[in-house]
Design a protein around this ligand. Sequence first.
Ligand code: GLY
Length: 394
Amino acid sequence: MTKFLIFCLGALAASCTGSPSFPDTALDYCAAQVRRTLAELPADSTLTPRNIAPDSTRWHLNRVCKEEWTAGFWPGVLWYDYEYTGDTTVRNAARRYTEALGFLSEIPAYDHDLGFLVYCSYGNAYRLTRDERYREVILRTADTLATLFNPRVGTILSWPREIPALGGHNTIMDNMINLEMLFWAAENGGDPRLAEIARSHADRTMQYNFREDGSSYHVAVYDPASGAHLRSCTHQGYADSSMWARGQAWGIYGFTMCYRFTHDPRYLEFARKITDLYLNRLPEDGIPYWDFDDPAIPSAPRDASAAAVVASALLELSTCLGNEGEAYRTAAEKMLRELDRNYRGGTRCPALLVHSTGHHPAGSEIDYAIIYADYYYYEALLRLRRIQRGEPLF
Ligand code: GLY
């Protein structure tokens, strides 16, 4: 706890000496970068930005398809930009990239990423436009995601394709984020059972994707017939026993979000527990190495995406806790200021942030700009702005 207090005092000092107009300065930067990306994208195409290599200045673009789990983030960035700037050109582009994902509501589930794909795009689209067609896509996709739920296990099957390699029904930490679409659908005209599925999934994840100290396993594997837990391990982390930074970030974000929908104090307490561990183990600047237990630290790559996810989550967490939430808000602001100062794509490339790590064990996207870092960064800056203005977050 001492390290956490020192961290927060440092953050408080930083926030007193920084630019008075933060986060607006950072949001203005984001808006300018989004326009650079839009200018370099092929017209009338829905190829979406995925990443920028450290030696590149341009986005690597991917085709929208059911296997491209990141395709919802670019439309999500555009919706956040439209929310900030009110620019109808950006809104029109956001509509175009969002609607390119509509097919996902009409085909069987490929895997759990449907929430990332459809809630980041259509969720923001409906929030900002109230276009009924968007709500219908979300409800249909939530029903599709629910087809991956195994009631004997009590969780959604995250990766059907990995059943042979992992040896059973697998549930990954990232899957926590996709519960948001289920909770939302249950409250907005969808099947009320979707919320029960989300709760069951969160409870089992709490039980089997975490160690006693609050650090996370990426993957839990179950016997699909009996529902018995078989083992917990990693996929994208350094080791089965390590704390993969983005996995912990998904957990912090996910359990905070579960509390928003359920008001179940167990989720709030758990979110605090896993957050405090994360904050206590952070390096001084508040940006994690890709895995907290990589022996190469301090030479290991960082993960700006995990920092952005956590900053956004902490801003929500801070609003759930009254005065006790102040330390989390301060910590989030410190992270965002550090990302703004030292992690900008800047003049080199049009990404909002650089220095994220995708799949280190596979040697993939190490020290890259990655689109989901930009999505959660824009979201976090907008959340901070709302908090500063005394506006509700949701
Ligand atoms: N959901 C995959 C990742 O976080 O890399």
